[in-house]
Design a protein around this ligand. Structure first.
Ligand SMILES: [Zn+2]
Length: 230
């Protein structure tokens, strides 16, 4: 009898000698999220994996919309767990909302971090997000592509409570070896989950489902904005 809790993983070819994430070894990957926790939820496993592959990974959080001190601490702890550098882009030690900014102001903030970090890849929100401020960040990140060439990816729409959103990944990252790191990084965001009584196992479920599609135990899905193959 088949154990329904652990269905067999589909067969797939042997892993590539030089997996695509290794292309960023010794280079900078810039991950942009609207708020603390957005990056951990969507691509925590990918960021940890990139770090392990020798990339420098900068987690750029655009703003802290409420509860500044607690959420900043949580973001710092999560970045440390993932082994990444944390930057709060609209800072000054106070809560700020992205919706209060003009489009050109938000583009300027993202321009600055792109110019400063000179990324080989940028990962950020996508256009089909439930949260409007996530879409504003995506729109501003799109504009930064004029500054220089970098691979550009969008990640899974984010939510604390599940909502129906459209997302069709075009690329997957096998995160079987970093899923526990991802879950640990999510768990430190107690103000968003534990303290509100919200479970976090749905993020493991999403990774498990994406993994089944590509024959891995766990995976994260990405949409590809642009990618230079050779
Ligand atoms: Zn958010």
């Amino acid at each position: 009898m088949t154990d329904l809790a652990t269905p067999p993983i589909a067969a797939r070819p042997a892993p590539l000698e030089s997996p695509p994430v290794a292309r960023y070894k010794g280079r900078t990957v810039l991950a942009i999220g609207a708020h603390p926790d957005d990056l951990e939820l969507a691509i925590g496993g990918t960021l940890a994996k990139l770090r392990k592959s020798g990339a420098r990974v900068v987690m750029a959080v655009v703003s802290i919309p409420a509860d500044y001190d607690a959420r900043r601490r949580e973001a710092e702890q999560a970045a440390e767990i993932l082994g990444c550098e944390l930057r709060i882009l609209i800072d000054g030690g106070a809560t700020k909302r992205i919706e209060d900014m003009k489009t050109y102001e938000l583009v300027k903030v993202l321009d600055e971090v792109v110019k400063d970090t000179q990324p080989a890849a940028v990962l950020t929100h996508g256009p089909s997000e439930f949260h409007r401020d996530h879409v504003l960040v995506y729109d501003a990140a799109i504009a930064t592509q004029r500054l220089r060439y970098f691979d550009f990816f969008s990640y899974h729409p984010n939510f604390c409570r599940p909502v129906p959103v459209q997302f069709h990944p075009r690329a997957y990252v096998d995160i079987s070896d970093t899923i526990e790191t991802k879950m640990a990084a999510i768990a430190v965001h107690r103000s968003q989950f534990g303290n509100r009584g919200l479970p976090i196992d749905i993020y493991r479920d999403i990774a498990r489902m994406n993994g089944r599609i590509v024959g891995a135990q766990y995976a994260e899905g990405l949409d590809v904005g642009r990618m230079l193959l050779a």
